[in-house]
Each structure stands twice: as C-alpha cells, then as structure tokens.
Design a protein around this ligand. Structure first.
Ligand SMILES: Cc1ncc(COP(=O)(O)O)c(C=O)c1O
Length: 464
C-alpha cells in the first residue's frame, strides 16, 4: 500500500530543463551507446537514475560557501573548515580529502593491503572490489544470508554475519587480513542498512583480533536514519547522535562525498590516529594532491563542510527515504519484483524474477535497462552478471553472482514525487509486456580489467 506522500522539504529556485526524446531518438541513442547505459548521452535521457552519485542539488548554503574557497596549495582555510565539520559530525581527528570515493579506496588498499590478503566485508561496492583486486587481494563476503533473498523483509539486510566473519579470520589468519570493512548502507546488496548493534559486534570482533575496522561510509546518514526508524534501542536518539555512534565503532572511514555529504565531487578518508594518518599520506600525495586539498578545489572543500552538516537534517532525510519508498510502493502495486524493503538511495529490481526466461549469462538486468530506457527514456543500471561475474582461477569457468539486480538510484533533492510516478508507470508498462522481451545480450568488447566490465562493455542483443 502506498503511504501518504511526504512533500518535498524544499522549494525550487533554479530549474534545469529536460526534454523527453522520442522513440526513434531513443533507438539511435541505444545503438550509438552500444546498448550500454554508460554509453548514453545525458541529453538523450528524461529521468536519469543511473546513480545518486554527485547528481544531487546543492543547497543555497552550499552555493554560498563556494565563494569562501581558499585555493592555497597547503594549509588552506577551506581544509580547516572541512576538518572542523568532520570532527563535529563524525568525531574523527584526521581527514584526508580525495577527489572521490574510489580515490580513497586506492589510498587505503594501496597502503594497507598486498597480494594474497583477504578483506572481510558485508559486501564491497564494485569500485571497492576493483581496488582490492588491483593490489592482488580479495574481498570475502560475510553478509547475512537474508541479503540474498530479494523478496524477504528484514530490517537490516546489510548486517555482517558475525559467524562468517570469525570463520574468515580463523580460515585465512589475522596476518592476511589487514582490515575489515563494512559498507553502510550496503549498495551492492540493495542499499540495505546495517544495525548499530551489528556494527558494535563487528567492532568488538575486530578489536579481539587486533584488526582495524573501516566503514565505507558513502551513505552513512541514510544508514543512521534506518537505525532510528528500525532499531528499538535507538528510537530516542537524534540522527546526529546515531551517526556518531556508528562512527565510534570504526578506526576509519572511506567516503564518497558525492552521496550523503551532498556534493557534486569529492571524497574523504578519515581516521583516528596520527600513526594511521601518516601511513596513508604518501599515497595521497602521489595520486591525489597535497594533504590539505587531495585533488579538490578549496571551494569544493567548503561545500563539503556544509553538506556534512546538512545530511543529518532529519526533515531532509525523512523525505529522502520516504521518496524512495514511495517509488517502491508504486512498483509493488504494479507487481514489479524488487529487493524488499526499499533501500535508502535506490530501488533494486530483481531482474531474474522480472525476466525469468532470459538466462543470467545473457544479462537480464542489462536487458531491463534497455527496455526501461526504450519505454520512458529513463536510465537505471544493471548490477548483475555483467558487473560482478568472475572466473574460477583454476577452471576458467564463469561464476555468476547470486543477485541480478537493476538499480534505480534516486538523486538527492533533484526529482519530485511526480517524477517517481512517471518512472513507476513506465516500469509497470514494461512489466506487463515482459513475456514479449525475447532477447539477451552478448559482450562484443569489455576491458581486460577485473571488475570493470560493465562500465565500458559494448553489448549486442541476440534473439533467444
Ligand atoms: C558504497 C560505495 N562505495 C564507493 C563508491 C565509489 O565512490 P565514487 O563514485 O565517488 O568514486 C560508491 C559509488 O557509487 C559507492 O556506492
């Protein structure tokens, strides 16, 4: 059932016109982009839900803060504005700006991990996996089993299974585990949250074995909001208090600031000790820039400092999560199968259940991307076999991922609830004609780099 709509807690000050390309334009755009959603031009899209990353609208306070940007190479005031906001909102003493989330991953794994290491996770995001592979290490998924059952309702499907975590530590030995990481919320598993109780348990296991715990904190405020809504012991706490309590569990975080911190570009790596800070800095200087700007302009650091404080505004976050749920409720009414409950930033449609007649090795999630674009000029993204399949090291056999999902990521403060109704209607129309979708995809080209196929793949439809 669709709940009462929660109206937008903002009004629109500037508009960005968008047009709806006609059907023949959409066909041309698909061909020109090799049937890969990353190959489309934004001008060929009406509603762009490819990602919630860097695509949100900044507030008037963030735009005003841009003017304060101090562009000094070292020791800029803007760095200290960010440092202060990080201390206030997250409690960390050390912050390293980086140009975006994957840059923080490069610095963290490039510094801390080496070939043969294992990194236990709930589940890593795809760039995170890519960076772990890049240093010859491997992630170990320790998420609870419920995460693999799309239709199952569970309040914290992003939780780590403590038994799986301890088993991984005992199997590989703590010397091969340079750090443990938890993604909040768990993007690859449907934008599902991790409970505070679970984070505390993981933290105590990490401490027991003397292994540092890091959070991938891209969507830390959404995670905190779900804790507030769903974890009995936290009901009386403010969003800001819950977020701090989450951070208290960790030795450090990587963060794509393009998500919850509400900026168009940016990332940050935070930690507690001077020793860890100095260990991480050389790679920052090699790849990002000096310690006090890390690849960002001073004005970006200012906007980020404001965004960090805005993300814990309870009215803003209540609307954000309600808008995603609203889209989910509309799809549910139309019978469309998706990961339940609705995630914090996105709806993840279960492509295996939507298109059961297309074999997973022919990429049903990416067929769905094409059909939904055809129907409504809407861009989402397939996150299934094309993104996550791996090969068995010994036999070369294809190992398909358990989940085959199609993601509609909702940009922050960007689209209205009416846009959500249009998206839902278009997808329900595709769902009604799903039996007539009789093709799969083959890959004509993909880069020979593990974990990056889906970004650059050239695809070709073939009849079933
Ligand atoms: C959970 C998570 N971690 C890391 C990243 C990488 O961040 P960026 O795109 O800023 O490099 C993303 C991006 O979508 C993400 O969702």
């Amino acid at each position: 059932m669709v709940d009462r709509i929660m109206p937008e807690p903002f009004r629109i000050k500037m508009v960005e016109p968008v047009t709806v390309p006609d059907r023949s334009q959409r066909e041309k755009a698909l061909e020109a982009g090799y049937f890969n959603m990353f190959g489309l031009r934004s001008a060929d899209i009406y509603i762009d839900l490819l990602t919630d990353s860097g695509t949100g609208a900044m507030s008037k306070y963030q735009w005003a803060a841009l003017m304060k940007g101090d562009e000094a190479y070292a020791g800029a005031d803007s760095f200290y504005a960010l440092k202060e906001a990080v201390k206030e909102v997250l409690g960390f003493d050390y912050v390293i700006p980086c140009h975006q989330g994957r840059a923080t991953e490069n610095v963290l794994f490039g510094t801390m991990a080496k070939a043969g290491d294992k990194i236990p996770f709930n589940m890593p995001f795809d760039t995170t996996r890519g960076h772990i592979f890049n240093v010859g290490a491997e992630p170990v998924d320790c998420v609870i089993d419920e995460a693999y059952q799309p239709e199952l309702q569970h309040p914290f499907k992003g939780n780590v299974d403590p038994k799986k975590l301890e088993e991984a530590i005992l199997t590989y030995g703590k010397d091969r585990i340079p750090l443990i990481m938890v993604t909040v919320t768990n993007n690859s598993g449907g934008g599902q949250p991790v409970s505070l109780e679970n984070l505390r348990e993981v933290s105590s296991i990490a401490r027991k074995y003397g292994i540092p715990l890091f959070l991938d904190a891209a969507r830390m405020a959404e995670n905190a909001y779900f804790i507030k809504m769903r974890e009995e012991a936290c009901k009386g706490m403010t969003l800001a208090e819950i977020l701090k309590a989450m951070m208290d569990c960790a030795d450090g975080i990587t963060c794509s600031a393009k998500k919850d911190p509400l900026v168009n570009i940016g990332g940050m790596l935070c930690c507690r000790t001077e020793e860890m800070y100095h260990r991480l800095l050389p790679r920052v200087i090699l790849f990002e820039g000096f310690a006090t700007y890390g690849g960002l302009a001073g004005r970006d650091l200012e906007a980020l400092a404001v965004g960090l404080r805005e993300m814990v505004d309870e009215q803003y976050m209540a609307h954000r999560v309600a808008q995603v749920k609203y889209l989910g409720d509309l799809l549910d009414e139309g019978g469309v199968p998706f990961v339940k409950p609705a995630g914090g930033h996105a709806i993840f449609i279960d492509a295996k259940a939507f298109l059961p007649h297309i074999p997973q090795k022919m990429y049903p999630a990416d067929v769905l991307s094409i059909e939904i674009y055809r129907e409504g000029a809407i861009r989402g993204i397939g996150l299934g076999a094309l993104a996550f399949a791996t090969e068995d090291e010994n036999t070369g056999e294809l190992i398909l991922p358990k989940l085959e999902l199609y993601r509609l990521a909702i940009n922050r403060r960007t689209y209205t609830n009416c846009h959500m109704e249009y998206v839902a209607q278009s997808i329900i129309d595709v769902f009604r004609r799903r039996d007539s979708i009789r093709y799969g995809l083959v890959v004509d080209y993909a880069p020979p780099v593990k974990g990056l196929h889906h970004f650059l793949a050239r695809l070709r439809p073939v009849q079933l």
